[in-house]
Write a new protein. Structure first.
Length: 65
């Protein structure tokens, strides 16, 4: 099993602290962002409303508990 780096990071978009694997921002393809912002950017790119994005993120968070 890989030794994963669980160092806390701060998302430059939302300011949240996270320890999961970062996502790569779709805005510049360089900036590492939190998984939630990565999911939001992906959903936004296919036209999902902000309200629906939050519902989807809630489902994701509830399914990983």
């Amino acid at each position: 099993m890989k030794n994963e780096n669980k160092q806390p990071r701060q998302c430059p978009i939302c300011g949240a602290t996270y320890t999961e694997a970062p996502a790569l921002s779709r805005l510049d393809n360089e900036t590492l962002i939190c998984p939630d912002c990565g999911t939001r950017q992906a959903l936004e790119s296919i036209g999902v409303s902000q309200e629906e994005q939050e519902k989807i993120l809630t489902i994701i968070h509830n399914s990983t508990k």
